[in-house]
Design a protein around this ligand. Structure first.
Ligand code: PLP
Length: 427
């Protein structure tokens, strides 16, 4: 009997799972069409339930910096599996993981493991509030920090007003504690501090944005945030769930030489299993239970299988130091898209750094949420399907980043460049 194809699986999934998916962007709503199911993946290749092979630039949304099913990570999980899947006690691999994170990430003196990026940011916010004894937080439109209540907030009508819930089910009272500002706008931040004197617990951001497409900060912006938060006694929280161990081994903070008070991690540090972490200065981290009054916990936190996978992934990065090579591959993709668009007379922006990139069909540089939204999403949808037909899988949204992995060989990049260029030619 042949195994069910994507169409049959999606039909069944829709009867049982809201929208047929366990995370909304997988549903292809923003590019149209129905999602494909993946039955296996190895290296840079996904194998769909329809037996197609796709060159993957989504990398399970960031974690797969070594590609899929890397033999070293697989072996580490297998070895851990022999010993047991969960103990509910401290286990040796948690210590090794903490040592690796503290060694690599400049801001982190102590770290607490959890199970997702959402848990990491939610807990970091609680900790910032507990440490400063203040309630308000500042975030930036277009930055995504997982789906906890305080962080699912979009900008209100004026930058100085509190935000509005970005989701049904988030009380307006929670949104009042979150101020939402445009990214890369220095005056807006200074005005927000002036309007909320002594009330801001922390400023949280993706130091390089990856969730509204890929956007980098203006020169000096991160140093400016560091200065202004310190001046107002607010904590600077870098959400490096996506950029940690990807932009550089020590994340954006290493590359930009700006040290936040707290850092959130996830994705890569789980090696493909569900993991999050948050860490920072010891004096702040020691406020966490059981030492201090800020409560945070997790039945499966520090899970030995997840730690084994994550440790293997981090050690591989340390060993390979792949960042220069990933950047060279990223530039090739960027240049291929730029020259194809130029030949076609199509405006395009391709922000890229290392293994992260985005393709915006717009003529103006993309530096915040508003300019990202100027990208032609309809055109992107057609481009996405043109790539998919040619065997290249980009994120199914105009507002997501693309990811390269160490498993992307030169030949795969050549084929991908060709496919992207052809897809643009056919738009
Ligand atoms: C993915 C992501 C999150 C949420 O992580 P989950 O593991 O999906 O909960 C938070 N912040 C950033 C920057 C992310 O990219």
């Amino acid at each position: 009997m042949s195994s069910p194809n994507s169409e049959a699986l999606f039909h069944r999934a829709k009867q049982l799972i809201p929208g047929g998916v366990n995370s909304p962007v997988r549903a292809f709503r923003s590019v149209g069409g129905a999602p494909f199911f993946v039955k296996a993946a190895r290296g840079a290749t996904l194998i769909t339930a329809d037996d197609r092979e796709l060159i993957d630039f989504v990398g399970t949304w960031g974690p797969a910096i070594h590609g899929h099913n890397h033999p070293v990570i697989k072996a580490a999980i297998a070895a851990a599996l022999e010993k047991g899947t969960s103990f509910g006690t401290p286990n040796p691999s948690e210590v090794e993981m903490a040592e690796l994170i503290v060694r690599f990430v400049p801001s982190i003196q102590k770290v607490r493991m959890c199970n997702s990026g959402t848990e990491a940011t939610m807990s970091a916010i609680r900790l910032a509030r507990g440490f400063t004894k203040r309630d308000k937080i500042i975030k930036f439109s277009g930055c995504y920090h997982g789906h906890s209540d305080s962080l699912l907030i979009k900008a209100g009508s004026g930058a100085l007003t509190h935000g509005n819930p970005d989701s049904a089910g988030v009380p307006a009272a929670f949104a009042r504690e979150t101020v939402v500002l445009p990214y890369n706008d220095r005056a807006a931040l200074e005005a927000a501090f002036a309007a909320n004197p002594g009330q801001v617990a922390g400023v949280i951001l993706e130091p390089y944005c990856g969730n509204v497409g890929f956007i980098m900060p203006d020169d000096g912006y991160l140093a400016f945030l560091r200065r202004v938060t310190a001046q107002h006694g607010a904590l600077l929280i870098f959400d490096e769930v996506m950029t940690g161990f990807r932009i550089a081994r020590g994340g954006v903070q290493e590359r930009e030489n700006v040290v936040p008070d707290l850092t959130c991690l996830g994705k890569i540090i789980g090696g493909g299993l569900p993991v999050g972490a948050f860490g920072g200065r010891a004096e702040i981290m020691d406020l966490l239970a059981p030492l201090g009054p800020v409560y945070q916990a997790g039945t499966l936190s520090g899970n030995p299988l997840a730690m084994a996978a994550g440790i293997a992934a981090l050690k591989l990065l340390d060993e390979l130091n792949p960042y220069a090579r990933l950047d060279a591959l990223g530039r090739r993709l960027r240049d291929a898209v730029r020259s194809a668009a130029k030949a076609k007379g199509l405006p395009v922006q391709v922000p890229q750094c290392g293994s992260m990139f985005s393709i915006f069909f717009t003529s103006a540089p993309v530096r915040d949420y508003d300019t990202a939204l100027k990208g032609d999403a309809k055109l992107f949808g057609r481009f996405f399907h043109g790539c998919l037909e040619r065997g290249v899988y980009l994120a199914p949204s105009a507002y997501e980043a693309g990811f390269l992995s160490t498993a992307h060989e030169g030949a795969a990049i050549d084929r991908a460049c060709e496919a992207l260029a052809e897809a643009i030619r056919d738009l």
